[in-house]
Ligand binder design. Structure first.
Ligand code: ADA
Length: 531
């Protein structure tokens, strides 16, 4: 009874116009036949049994929600894609009504974390895992695993909720000691193996306390930033990856297990070593697959081109800090994550943004001093916050948004990359930081072989040039292409330059059909990552 019960399945659904139907959870109501592209409040409801103190946990819904238990509000969520836990008194034993009202209208205020100008579709629904469980007398509130490559030990930081009791520690299916209760303690791992993209070796941890059990996997690996480069396990690591939106045309943000696995497998087999989870926290399922496949992840909170009136708004700052805290606390034990991020392309060219960036940076570092923290800037040398984080990350679209040329011109790309790298290297407060090209790309439409803009050839030429330049220049730490697959755009004016309502910069299209540019991989990467 203390196990988590999945609430996946068919729920009753009532839209704000009074119409009713049944819809799947996880799912997005605005991809269903009846409510496609509709915006409004949709109420998911079902009967569940329970009693006493319970915990409802969800890995992400959108765009925001209010949750009711037997008609009483127990929680409000303002941030899409972000994990949350609600602990509440479920009352007497028996059946109860659980109602989750998901609102996919855009809140157009400075505090809002999803605005109408965003360049991706904001789905409505309960689109990630949702579970419910009875809380035992003692339960695991938080567990942090700190693997130490040098000693082969793990540090455990355990916080119990409820009554303090001893904790039994199992590593790799063997009991290896006890803790008296909440606190920190170190345990040796019998045969420690190193986790790396080449050999993603995972260990298993199981903690037992009273009637509660906590299980996770962990990996021994070490990330360092030295001489302007990433180092993984003592070796310099050049990053080569893709940005990925967690979306599929028929299911929206409720990507299935198979779709997710296939995406990550395609990315791994193409020879990439990192995925930037643009532009919101990744699901636990995604991180589990990345741990297993040996794909590095940059995990970031929701945000997109947030203007200065948001960055200086106390409520926006609170929401962002809260979302960052929840993302880090939930995902901290995944070895695949090598960097935390926030504020994609926000107004960091304004000095007034420094306070928000500094606060978010501090929040991430306090929770997790072991990982680099950064944001992706679109302002190049005009950015005024680059000194505030660990890694300098530039989103740049030379040869695509710049210039009016019809055919691809390599100089447009190489000159910009050279300019950005030499700007960082010649700026004393940045010179020691790695520089990552966190977005670069072009758009193409499958079947266009005109060799002009929008053609598969133009796209492939631009990506080949950018990858070759970045990977062959020591002063650049890596490249993360925009983007793995085409992604649906929001209903805003940007649709004028987004044919078919998609951001068509995917290396594969929205159904993962490869474009010509995809054929460059893994060949082009093998030159730089010989096995
Ligand atoms: C930005 C942004 C992406 C996408 C991209 C583009 O860099 O971060 O989300 O909108 O531009 O395609 O223009």
């Amino acid at each position: 009874m203390f196990e988590k019960i999945s609430l996946a399945g068919e729920w009753h659904f009532t839209f704000e116009d009074g119409s009713q139907t049944r819809l799947p959870v996880p799912g997005c109501f605005d991809v269903s036949d009846k409510y496609r592209f509709r915006r409004g409040k949709g109420c998911y409801s079902r009967t569940v049994s329970g009693s006493g103190m319970m915990e409802l946990a969800c890995d992400g819904l959108g765009l925001r929600a209010e949750i009711f238990w037997d008609g009483n509000k127990i929680y409000s969520e303002t941030t899409a894609y972000t994990p949350f836990n609600v602990r509440f008194d479920a009352g007497r034993a028996g059946d109860h009504e659980l109602k989750i009202i998901c609102d996919n209208t855009v809140e157009e205020t400075p505090a809002s974390e999803f605005r109408s100008f965003y360049d991706f579709y904001g789905f409505g629904g309960i689109y990630r895992e949702i579970t419910l469980r009875r809380l035992p007398e003692t339960f695991f509130d938080s567990v942090r695993v700190l693997p130490d490559m040098e000693t082969g030990c793990i540090g455990l930081q355990v916080t119990l909720g409820g009554k303090e009791q001893p904790v039994t520690v199992w590593i790799d299916h063997k009991v290896c000691g006890k803790m008296p209760g909440s606190g920190s303690q170190s345990f040796p791992v019998a045969s420690p193996r190193v986790w790396s993209p080449e050999e993603p070796e995972l260990h298993c941890l199981r903690l037992e306390c009273g009637d509660d059990v906590y299980e996770c996997r962990f990996g021994f690996r070490k990330i360092e930033l030295l001489n302007g480069q990433f180092y993984l396990n003592g070796k310099a690591l050049k990053l080569a990856g893709v940005n990925r939106h967690d979306v599929f045309p028929d299911t929206g943000a409720a990507v299935t297990r198979e779709q997710l696995y296939n995406d990550l497998k395609m990315i791994k087999d193409a020879g990439f070593n990192i995925i930037r989870g643009s532009h919101y926290p990744q699901s636990q399922l995604m991180l589990d697959f990345a741990d297993e496949l040996g794909l590095l992840v940059w995990d970031e909170i929701l945000g997109w081109e947030n203007p200065i009136d948001s960055l200086t708004d106390p409520e926006f700052q609170n929401r962002q800090r809260n979302a960052l805290t929840r993302m880090i606390q939930k995902s901290i034990n995944h070895p695949c994550i090598i960097m935390w991020g926030f504020l994609n392309e926000a107004a960091t060219n304004d000095a007034a943004a420094r306070d928000c960036v500094a606060k978010l940076y501090r929040t991430a570092k306090e929770l997790d001093p072991s990982r680099p923290v950064s944001f992706a800037s679109m302002f190049g040398e005009k950015d005024l916050c680059l000194d505030l984080t660990d890694v300098v990350c530039f989103n740049t679209y030379p040869g695509w948004y710049s210039g009016t040329h019809t055919f691809f011109e390599p100089a447009a790309v190489t000159e910009q990359l050279e300019k950005l790298a030499s700007f960082v290297r010649s700026t004393p407060e940045l010179a020691e930081k790695p520089v990552i090209i966190s977005e670069i790309g072009a758009a193409s439409l499958i079947g266009d072989h005109s060799k002009r803009r929008w053609s598969e050839e133009f796209h492939a030429q631009l990506v080949e040039c950018a990858v070759d330049y970045t990977l062959s220049h020591q002063e650049l730490g890596g490249i993360i292409l925009w983007q793995f697959c085409n992604s649906p755009v929001a209903d805003n004016v940007r649709i004028m330059m987004r044919p078919r309502g998609y951001n068509n910069k995917g290396l594969v299209d929205e159904y993962r059909r490869p474009k010509m540019v995809w054929q460059l991989f893994p060949g082009i990467l093998k030159k730089y990552f010989p096995r």
